[in-house]
Every structure is written in structure tokens, then in C-alpha cells.
Design a binder for this molecule. Structure first.
Ligand code: ZN
Length: 107
């Protein structure tokens, strides 16, 4: 091994948010993790895990890239589709009411 180019390698105790501790090798003297094999739902046998985002990375990503054109266009399309659905619903209601009025007026 070439000298003076490698960082110090320590055997340290890493600690998890859940309180679990385990020995690892690291160039850091202290290691803290948010999730480990003792507390991660997948290791606890849980199903239907959607997203595990304890640091809000997904939110930050969405925030950062929400200004990009593609996402904006997609959002616009979604809005349009929503409006269409609302309009159709209103028309359906109108037709229903007209039918009811028509029935009652003939009786
Ligand atoms: Zn843990």
C-alpha cells in the first residue's frame, strides 16, 4: 500500500436513529444513520411500503424540478383533464335536472 495517500481507517460503532448500534469499518470516526436493518420496514416484514423519505429528499427534488418545462406541461395537461371532468359532471347534472323537470311538468 502506498504511504500517505490513504485516509485513516477506523473500526467504529455506527448508531442508528432507532437506537441500534453495530460495528463497522469507516474512515469517519463517528457514523450515524437514519435507518438500519433493525428498523427498516422491509426487514421487519412489512408489505405495501410506498416511499421512505425521512429527510424529505423527494420533496426537495420535486421543488427543485417543478420549474422545468416538462413537469409544467404535464401539470397543465392534468389541469385541463380535471376541468373536462368537472364540465362533464356539470352537464350530466343539468341533463338529469332537466329530465326531472320534464317528468314533473308532464304529470
Ligand atoms: Zn435502525
Amino acid at each position: 500500500m502506498k504511504k500517505n495517500i490513504h485516509p485513516e481507517y477506523y473500526e467504529v460503532v455506527a448508531s442508528c436513529h432507532c437506537g441500534a448500534q453495530f460495528k463497522i469499518g469507516s474512515t469517519l470516526k463517528e457514523v450515524h444513520v437514519d435507518i438500519c436493518s433493525k428498523c427498516h420496514p422491509i426487514f421487519k416484514g412489512e408489505k405495501n411500503i410506498k416511499v421512505l423519505d425521512s429527510e424529505g429528499r423527494i420533496g426537495r427534488f420535486k421543488k427543485r424540478y417543478s420549474s422545468t418545462k416538462i413537469l409544467q406541461e404535464k401539470a397543465k395537461e392534468r389541469e385541463k383533464r380535471k376541468e373536462l371532468v368537472v364540465k362533464e359532471e356539470e352537464e350530466r347534472k343539468k341533463r338529469k335536472q332537466e329530465r326531472i323537470i320534464g317528468k314533473t311538468s308532464t304529470v
